[in-house]
Design a protein around this ligand. Structure first.
Ligand code: NAP
Length: 226
């Protein structure tokens, strides 16, 4: 049976992925820096839910929590992310906020992957997926929320490199765009709901193999341009 670790399961797409993974009968390690609040589904009380507490930017805390987990992990989904600071245009930048956005969206996914690599290597079919964004695509010249865009472009490059380095160890690595999703981040006018996005991401995770490693996917499984 599949064991999955998802970061940022206290709300949004991460919470929905946790619910759907539990419904599939999987064991779910869900990380959050705040208490998971899901009055409808009670994932925290689910017998197959394991609640992990860490801020993804606190690498020492991530490593300490990883050391406390003894089970192999089949799938890691780096989902936790931040849209970044209020002021983030190329002409008016909150540089501390930019650095924090990089810490959350770019550095943390690699730190979490490194910390849990020993658990993944004990799986028969290990996979790492990172929730990126089309806003990071280098083929678009749009400039709004440039700190966020840059952090997602950078995490795609980092994860592409990780895919190259982990292929000989049999670990598949993918980056994905979850769609424009109705969450706190996506807003109420977004294209799809969190259920649809989460379902697509879990299907992608289920089907990911070494053949598809190092690619940038849409939530529906199609390939995206960088
Ligand atoms: P969300 O509703 O704003 O949720 C963000 C999640 O990330 C929350 O659980 C949040 O926890 C967690 N997080 C942020 N900073 C963290 C930190 N330092 N340590 C631990 N957890 C942290 O956003 P979402 O829409 O579900 O987004 C999930 C992912 O999809 C993100 O990577 C986002 O960039 C990406 N994405 C979303 C959209 C969209 O349209 N929604 C589009 C493209 C990409 P707290 O509650 O503690 O802040």
């Amino acid at each position: 049976m599949t064991t999955i670790l998802i970061t940022g399961t206290n709300r949004g797409i991460g919470l929905e992925m946790a619910k759907q993974a539990l419904a599939r009968g999987w064991t779910v390690y869900g990380s959050a820096r705040k208490v998971v609040t899901d009055p409808d589904a009670h994932i925290c009380e689910h017998p197959k839910f394991r609640n992990l507490k860490f801020d993804v930017t606190d690498h020492a805390a991530v490593r300490a929590v990883a050391a406390s987990v003894s089970e192999p992990i089949d799938i890691l989904i780096n989902n936790a992310g931040s849209i970044g600071p209020e002021r983030q245009s190329t002409l008016d930048m909150d540089f501390d906020g930019f650095a924090q956005t990089f810490a959350i969206n770019t550095l943390a996914p690699l730190a979490v992957a490194q910390a849990f690599l020993p658990h993944l290597r004990r799986s028969a079919n290990p996979r790492i997926l990172t929730v990126s964004s089309r806003m990071g695509s280098l083929s678009h010249a749009k400039s709004g929320r440039i700190a966020y865009r840059a952090s997602k472009a950078a995490v795609n490059k980092v994860m592409q490199g990780l895919a190259t380095d982990l292929a000989p160890m049999g670990v598949a690595v993918a980056m994905l765009h979850p769609g424009w999703v109705r969450t706190d981040m996506g807003g109420t006018g977004a294209d799809i709901d969190a259920e649809t996005s989460a379902g697509g991401i879990l299907r992608l995770a289920e089907g990911l193999t070494l053949e598809g490693t190092g690619q940038f996917y849409n939530w529906d499984g199609s390939l995206l341009d960088w």
